[in-house]
Design a protein around this ligand. Structure first.
Ligand code: AMP
Ligand code: GLY
Length: 455
């Protein structure tokens, strides 16, 4: 019989109330460190700064765009020791890791195993979970183990090189070759004939074209269809699905020319109806999250599913252990939830208690790049007109910019992007283009056809 009662409440009830109060208190005064310096981090900073739970936001290293929403810290992403010190000195409660490289190199494990940071939460998987992106061979084997639809493949190294050449010779065209490790987005080569495929295979394995990690090669069946991206936030047990997006990777209009990091993105994807999204959830998302759990892969963070939709069926092309860039710049503006609440629920394994609330408007982002990108381009060129962008329907996100003597200058290939809301893809893209017309720098280029298939 419960004898210890206070004001009619049992001790266990009081403890639940106190716990909820503590979570709420922790939530109200959070000090957050966001790692990264691109458009994705500018969009995340924009959103985190709107949270009532964010007491102070730091971004390391950040860019002039993130500086509007928090304090930039001049720390390199791979300087784990300096990041740890910043967490201790600035009394950080939550770290949000933007890009993949620190995740694949183990920033999450490093921070959470630091005794002085025992209360710290990190959004982004540990090194084991980050293999979903860090190793194409790991990701393919994971998909096979969990019956996730994907292209047929085989993996090769120096050990079975001769067998690989034979395999390529009889492989239907085109052939997709993927370097196993991170290769700054360049590790996938699609070969139109067998000679080209064998030459590329030799470059990767014998000559380490993509470094040591690229000496393992995944040879994959070519999938035909339309690509789209789905973003999931998971706590390792539960998940929520964020708005989907489609990015435009080729540099030229009409999807021509070399691949880039992404020249623009749209959300929602007009063909991604409820039926397709349900299929993606059942065939890809659920088995992925269940698979992580079954295999004991600790994962509290974003999973980016790169999908090919063939007919009506989704096939996994790749996992990323982070949000996409520029997809984040359309996904996050459509998220109506308080992002810090979602992130904290992910950290506390309470994502089953939240619902995602999405803005029904369409968001389109168009990226302005430096002339020559994705090849060589100049840096340090002054950008004019950024302050003229109309904030009513559009948001400016800095990507590769820097501040020099009080001026904003270019410092990367993808320089900035403008996201606009509209009633349709066409509408939102028109608004972004109008705003882009107010900004200029020598050599500035952008694709004026983002979302063209949906006009
Ligand atoms: P990834 O780095 O794995 O995203 O690959 C880069 C791009 O290569 C993808 O966005 C696709 O456009 C293309 N790709 C990768 N794998 C395949 C495949 N099996 N079939 C067709 N295209 C592919
Ligand atoms: N936009 C593609 C990526 O972030 O990987």
């Amino acid at each position: 019989m419960p004898t210890q009662k206070l004001l009619g409440l049992s001790l266990s009830n009081i403890s639940i109330i106190l716990k909820a109060f503590k979570i709420q208190q922790l939530l109200t005064n959070m000090r957050i460190l966001l790692l990264g310096s691109g458009g994705r981090e500018n969009a995340l900073a924009w959103k985190i700064a709107q949270s009532t739970h964010c007491e102070k936001l730091f971004i390391a290293p950040g860019n002039p765009g993130t500086a509007k929403y928090g304090t930039n810290l001049p720390i390199s992403l791979l300087d784990f020791e300096a990041i740890k010190k910043a967490c201790i000195n600035e009394k950080i409660d939550l770290v949000v890791v933007g890009p993949e490289e620190p995740l694949v190199k183990g920033i999450t494990d490093y921070l959470i195993s630091t005794p002085a940071l025992k209360n710290l939460d990190v959004i982004g998987p540990g090194k084991n979970g980050a293999q979903l992106e860090g190793s194409k061979a790991f990701a393919k084997a994971f998909m096979m183990r969990h019956n996730i639809p994907t292209a047929a493949y085989k993996e090769f190294t120096l050990g079975n090189y001769a067998e690989g050449v034979q395999y390529l010779q009889q492989h239907p065209l085109p052939i997709v070759l993927k370097a196993d490790g991170l290769a700054a987005g360049k590790g996938v080569v699609i070969c139109e004939n067998h000679l080209e495929a064998i030459a590329e295979f030799e470059l990767m394995i014998q000559r380490a074209k993509f470094g040591e990690a690229g000496k393992k090669v995944v040879v994959e069946q070519f999938l035909k269809g339309i690509e789209m991206s789905v973003f999931v936030l998971t706590d390792g047990k539960h998940y929520v699905i964020l708005p989907e997006a489609k990015d435009y990777k080729r540099v030229g209009e009409g999807d021509t020319g070399p691949n880039t990091g992404g020249m623009g993105a749209i959300s929602p994807v007009p063909f991604a109806d409820d039926q397709l999204m349900k299929k993606i959830e059942e065939k890809v998302i659920k088995p992925t999250v269940d698979g992580l759990q079954k295999e004991g892969l600790e994962y509290r963070g974003f999973i980016f599913l790169g999908l090919m939709i063939s007919g009506d069926e989704p096939y996994m092309i790749e996992y990323n252990c982070r949000m996409g860039d520029p997809e984040t710049e359309v996904v996050i503006p459509r998220l109506k939830n308080d992002l810090v609440e979602l992130l904290k629920a992910a950290a506390n394994q309470q994502l089953d208690k939240v619902n995602v609330d999405t803005d029904p408007r369409t968001a389109v982002t168009i990226v302005a790049v430096s002339g020559g990108y994705p090849g060589d381009y100049k840096k340090g060129i002054e950008i004019k007109g950024l302050s003229d962008i109309n904030p009513e329907d559009s948001i400016l996100f800095h990507m590769g910019t820097a501040e020099q003597a009080g001026k904003i200058v270019t410092s990367g290939g993808r320089v900035f992007c403008i996201t606009s809301y509209g009633r349709s893809v066409f509408d939102a893209a028109e608004i972004s283009k109008e705003e882009l017309g107010k900004v200029s720098f020598t050599g500035m280029e952008y694709r004026s056809d983002i979302g063209y298939e949906f006009d």
